[in-house]
Ligand binder design. Structure first.
Ligand code: FEO
Length: 401
């Protein structure tokens, strides 16, 4: 049974959801699945905007067939070649043999790499700013290199200013039935997942995201059709444009403290809780406390992009840093997180070095200001160290603008 929905006159949603997938990219936990979006434009010419992941090929192909209603497919437009979108290209090409495949030079190199069929006779290459007329509607192509792959491009439908945004403005989460962001409480339901999606997948490429946003100019699209999540309409568009500007420039959305701790037997955890309680007593609101062994690092990364201050507390392990904390800090580095204020608490029973390891990793990141001396525990936090903990809390509070 097809699940086609109308996006705009003669533009149909033909994508599908996968709620069985446990880990997106075999890495990121999905509590509610993910959508793989595809859109069909039915104008004088027909154009399919991207394909879908292999897991949802069947409902997608049923949707496309039903939506075409016997018409031929003239164009298959490929805005992004990651397999969660490109996996079904060869099958679409087989079923609709007259369709030209629209992409840029890098798109076609990747098609050659991923597929064994020679699809090159069907390639229709487009460059920055070039257009494709479908009849009443025209698509203008905006290259978006490294957002977050080199071949990524956006397509702007120029008549109604509808942006087909590839992975940009996407979010985790399967469909609940409503297609548009203004048919749901987007901010309450999906903003956190939009942030987790962006920061973990595109987070490294802030400079390229800003360059692409600049190319789009100041005209706000009437609709944004991403490759994951709902079609954006209404207040979600300015909301996400503002969030993208913060995330891509590594500016915190708000002042506040994220405390991430690792603890084998509860002693480091106890110190992290003591610090959190002190910060609360001193007036810090909306504290975010995470056990790095319990909360997947993708969630902590998203919170770290949101808030201004980061505290890391971890024991020493194998004369280095507890592994889950090591992974979190290296991931933050790889994702280019910068411009934060930080503090660390280390622990060790005979030779504590975790504080030094955390400071070294923070030192590799850009503009991470350590606002207090590290608090170093020998097995557990002692009464005699409470003044040190108080000083740490005071320095954090003083640095919160
Ligand atoms: Fe949703 Fe970069 O693929």
């Amino acid at each position: 049974m097809h699940t086609i929905q109308e996006v705009a006159p003669q533009i149909l949603y033909v994508g599908a959801s996968d709620r069985r997938l446990a880990l997106f990219e075999n890495m990121f936990p999905l509590e509610n699945g993910v959508t793989y979006n595809s859109y069909l434009l039915l104008d004088d010419k027909t154009a399919l905007m991207d394909t879908v992941d292999a897991s949802v090929a069947r409902p997608f192909l049923e949707n496309v067939g039903a939506a075409l209603g016997g018409r031929k497919l003239d164009y298959l437009v490929i805005t992004h070649m990651e397999p969660d979108h490109c996996a079904t290209i060869a099958e679409v090409a087989r079923r609709w043999p007259e369709a030209k495949i629209v992409g840029n030079k890098k798109t076609f190199t990747m098609i050659g790499q991923f597929f064994h069929e020679d699809l090159s006779p069907r390639f229709h290459e487009v460059k920055e700013g070039e257009t494709l007329s479908l009849g009443k509607r025209t698509l203008r192509f905006v290259m978006a290199p490294m957002v977050h792959w080199p071949e990524a491009m956006l397509a702007l439908e120029t008549g109604e200013n509808i942006l087909f945004s590839a992975d940009a403005f996407g979010t985790f989460g399967g469909f609940n039935g409503n297609l548009f962001s203004d048919e749901m409480d987007f901010e309450a339901l999906l903003l956190d997942e939009a942030r987790r999606y962006y920061t973990n997948i595109v987070g490294k490429f802030g400079q390229q995201v800003l360059a692409t946003l600049a190319k789009l100019g100041t005209t706000v699209p009437s609709l944004i059709c991403p490759l994951h999540g709902p079609v954006l309409r209404g207040s979600a568009i300015p909301l996400l444009l503002d969030k993208y500007t913060h995330w891509a420039s590594y500016k915190p959305e708000k002042q506040g403290v994220v405390l991430a701790y690792a603890s084998m037997y509860g002693n480091t955890e106890s110190a992290a809780h003591a610090l959190a309680a002190l910060l609360a007593k001193k007036g810090v609101k909306d504290l975010r406390l995470f056990d790095v062994s319990k909360t997947h690092c993708s969630h902590i990364i998203a919170e770290a992009f949101k808030y201004s201050h980061l505290v890391f507390a971890a024991p020493t392990y194998n004369m280095h840093l507890y592994n889950a904390m090591d992974i979190l800090l290296r991931d933050m580095h790889h994702l280019n997180l910068q411009n934060r204020k930080a503090a660390v608490i280390g622990n060790g029973t005979w030779a504590p070095v975790s504080h030094k390891a955390m400071l070294a990793l923070l030192g590799e990141m850009k503009n991470m200001e350590v606002v207090a001396d590290p608090l170093v525990l020998l097995s557990s936090l002692k009464e005699s160290q409470l003044p040190e903990l108080e000083t740490l809390a005071d320095k954090l509070v003083a640095s919160i603008a």
